[in-house]
Design a protein around this ligand. Structure first.
Ligand SMILES: *Cc1c(COP(=O)(O)O)cnc(C)c1O
Length: 442
């Protein structure tokens, strides 16, 4: 898997940026001028990163104020609760959609979207194999079938041509995961969805504050799903938001998040759903957190783009590829190495960068989702998969393949990006990567 790298030099240059070719020459000259590359820290040389900014508290006065107001309320239930209302209002400033439902997680938001879209037994939903498993949990619970499509080599997002190849008469929806907060090619995906009458669901869990061609993330698809889990840009510990502008689906969000019932006329259950409610304490914290979002998103965008600027000219390095008109909000940054361009493997590369003082990690999730044991064994429900037993699908995850996704996980390296980091620090991280890349250049 790790030695396989299917992208040609020409595709790489075309796919990433024109500056790369020119930059490659510059880096080679730099190596020559210096004669010997400077000593790597792993070999006893000085570290590239000498100062690491420390984390800052992610919550404080605004959250306390909101929590205090919440505790003076007579009810902590979401329905018509003032904290939930405030959260929805503030959410609509970030993602202007007509219908918004708060819920207990990003996984819940995605499940509500899939259920509200009417996706059911044997229906196919095309999505990314490199994502949080929460992207497909709702699909499987609705007895639908996730179909994994391959990814762009530098964007790590759905490859629209491969999505198209995987469309069958059973396909009902596409879940576009904006991985790391880098927007998918939404116009292309929406056009494809429209052409085949498919629902487009945006998984914005890692993309709070991102912009696609200037438009807020979550405003192109039929549904937008966000997570407020602790590791995301903004949080209330756990939580989620699902939104839609579509008059067919929007009115269904509440009932698919709340036991299948319409709270305005409780009873007469005409739909079946679980309880995915968010409470007022969570909404209070989340509402306060949203006042911090723009600063967080803008800062992360700046730091991630700066890192690209400083490593894009390195031969054999594929930087995180972001469209120049988009705002990526870097839940993390990921670059790749072309294995044939280096005299070391990824794990040696990572070790050397770590020794320089930059906290990088190899890969992201261990294997593409279809490689996980529960998929390989089709063991979703007490060891069984009813839709397969009933002949509603012939899917065999043990034969599923997404070569680029596998190559991304085998050659990608993750750099943490946080809003409290300084540009100076990112420059030193870039220098750590440069030192190591130059030293091991083949
Ligand atoms: C975090 C995440 C989810 C799931 O969100 P939870 O709140 O943890 O359920 C789904 N998709 C992506 C891309 C995520 O990063």
């Amino acid at each position: 898997m790790s030695e396989h790298y299917p992208m040609s030099r020409r595709q790489f240059v075309a796919g990433a940026s024109g500056a790369l070719l020119a930059g490659a020459g510059a880096a080679a000259a730099e190596k020559k001028a210096g004669g010997q590359t400077s000593g790597l820290a792993i070999e006893g040389g000085p570290k590239a990163v000498t100062k690491t900014p420390s984390g800052q508290p992610r919550w404080g006065e605004p959250e306390l104020k909101q929590l205090e107001a919440m505790l003076r309320q007579g009810s902590l239930f979401y329905w018509e609760g003032p904290q939930t209302k405030l959260l929805i209002e503030r959410f609509q400033q970030v993602c202007p959609r007509k219908y918004v439902q708060t819920c207990s997680s990003g996984t819940a938001a995605l499940h509500i979207a899939v259920a509200a879209a009417g996706i059911g037994p044997g229906d196919e939903v095309i999505t990314s194999p490199v994502t949080d498993i929460g992207t497909v949990i709702g699909v499987l619970y609705q007895q639908a079938v996730p179909v994994f499509a391959d990814l762009g080599a530098g964007t790590y997002n759905l490859d629209v041509a491969d999505v198209e190849r995987r469309i069958t008469p059973k396909t009902k929806a596409i879940i576009a995961v904006h991985l790391t907060g880098n927007p998918c090619d939404l116009d292309a995906l929406k056009a494809l969805a429209d052409r085949h009458k498919l629902i487009l669901i945006e998984d914005c869990a890692q993309a709070w504050g991102a912009k696609y061609r200037g438009r807020p993330i979550g405003t192109v698809g039929h549904f937008a799903c966000f997570s407020l889990q602790n590791s995301k840009h903004v949080t209330c510990g756990d939580g989620g938001v699902v939104a839609s502008n579509d008059d067919r689906f929007g009115p269904l969000l509440q009932k698919f998040g709340d036991k299948g019932g319409d709270r305005r006329k409780w009873g007469g259950f005409d739909a079946f759903a679980t309880n995915y409610r968010m409470s007022e304490p969570q909404a209070a914290v989340a509402a306060a957190q949203l006042t911090r979002l723009e600063a967080i998103a803008a800062k992360r965008a700046r730091l991630g783009n700066l890192l690209t600027e400083k490593i894009a000219d390195l031969p054999g390095i594929i930087p995180h590829q972001v469209h120049p008109d988009d705002r990526a909000v870097y839940w993390f940054y990921m670059f790749r190495m072309k294995p044939e361009a280096f005299r070391c493997n990824r794990s040696q590369f990572v070790k050397a960068v770590l020794a320089e003082g930059a906290p990088i990690t190899g890969g992201y999730i261990k294997v593409p989702l279809y490689g996980e044991p529960v998929f390989q064994k089709h063991a979703f429900f007490a060891g069984r998969w009813p839709v397969k037993e009933m002949g509603l699908t012939t899917m065999d995850f043990s034969k599923h393949k997404c070569p680029e996704a596998e190559a991304i996980l085998a050659t990608g390296m993750r750099v943490p990006i946080y809003e409290y980091m300084t540009e100076e620090y990112i420059l030193s991280v870039a220098e750590a990567i440069r030192k190591v890349a130059r030293h091991y250049a083949a």
